[in-house]
Design a protein around this ligand. Structure first.
Ligand code: SF4
Ligand code: MG
Length: 336
């Protein structure tokens, strides 16, 4: 497997106590495929991927488990190993290009710089490569725009430039953290199409982090739904969208008008708020917000922690039976 995360646990030691940001998380990403990691903020999505990138501060973050990338263990890898990998074989794009692009350098210089750093080529061939990349991500007149500064680009074009910079070294893995959240819906769709198109050409594996299942629906092959630092559902995109099993996933899908709800029903965001990661609820971490605890009883849902099962394929972490899940998921939630 190209990227394999096993029993990843990330704790942060803070003045208020230990923050259990990620708890025994496992997932895999194949070459050329996209895994969507979905959850609310604070669910551990970004923390997980910063761990893959080796970007946590070892003074505050305690990380255990295993992350192998193309056969190489990344947990405990040296700083220089990670610096060599980052930007070259593992690339990333974030929500807001303005925080990742320097306002003082031209777009072209910033893309060329990444290429030079990792490939050691001459300035002029790095510049040619920057122009080629701008062209590939659909920036019109790339030979002219290569000398523009970030503020001369629109939000959508800046995100394209970020993608150009991320892909300049032809990475095997791209981590995209909320890459379209700051963009309007039309531009969002264009950026997601672009990512899929580039993936088809290059075979890059993508981990797409988002709070929006709609983004995953249009782009990802596989989906991992995270809640309170744990995986609560995993499967192919089809499985999770068509036969979602975990009540939290139903909640997320309930807030997607196009897929599951009749258009005249009001949107229903998942009620309540995510739990404190310092004081996690006992048992199923979703139980304080779950509408189905009454079916199983508090002693079950707040007792032992449900594990993700089955071990492979479409799985979820909830004690309801498959039959109950099948019956319940198509019914709108009653007010309780
Ligand atoms: Fe809800 Fe209980 Fe299932 Fe957790 S285990 S999702 S609380 S029904
Ligand atoms: Mg985040």
């Amino acid at each position: 497997m190209f990227l394999e995360v096993n029993e990843l646990t990330v704790d942060f030691h803070t003045e208020d106590g230990v923050v259990h940001a990620v708890d025994r998380l496992s997932f895999q990403v194949e070459r050329g495929s996209t895994l969507g990691i979905v959850g609310e903020s604070g669910s551990g999505k970004s923390v997980t991927n910063l761990a893959v990138l080796g970007l946590h501060n070892p003074e505050t973050a305690k990380i255990s488990g295993s992350i192998t990338f193309d056969g190489q263990e990344l947990i405990g890898a040296s700083r220089s190993t990670m610096e060599k990998l980052r930007g070259d074989r593992i690339a990333m794009i974030f929500q807001d290009p303005l925080t990742s692009l320097s306002p003082f350098h031209t777009i072209g210089a910033q893309i060329a710089e990444v290429y030079r750093k990792h490939k050691g080529v001459s300035r002029s061939s790095a510049r040619d490569r920057a122009i080629e990349m701008l062209d590939r991500v659909g920036i019109p007149q790339p030979k002219l725009r290569v000398d523009d500064y970030p503020h001369q680009f629109s939000g959508g074009m800046r995100q394209r430039a970020m993608i150009a910079m991320a892909l300049v070294c032809d990475p095997g893995l791209l981590i995209a953290d909320e890459p379209t959240t700051a963009l309007d819906v039309t531009v969002q769709a264009q950026i997601l199409d672009l990512l899929s198109e580039l993936q088809e050409q290059s075979g890059t594996a993508i981990v797409l982090i988002t709070h929006d299942l709609g983004v995953v629906a249009s782009t990802a092959h596989n989906v991992l739904v995270m809640y309170a630092g744990r995986a609560v559902e995993r499967g192919t995109m089809r499985e999770v969208l068509r036969e979602p099993r975990h009540p939290y996933t139903w909640g997320l899908l309930g807030s997607m008008p196009s897929l599951r709800r009749p258009v005249d029903l009001p949107l229903a965001p998942v009620r309540g708020t995510p739990p404190s990661l310092i004081n996690l609820p006992s048992g199923c971490p979703f139980h304080p917000r779950c509408d189905y605890v009454r079916l199983l009883g508090e002693q079950v849902c707040a007792g032992e922690r449900p594990e993700l099962s089955p071990e492979h394929g479409h799985g979820d972490a909830c004690y309801l039976t498959l039959k109950q899940k099948a019956e319940l998921r198509d019914r709108p939630v009653e007010e309780t």
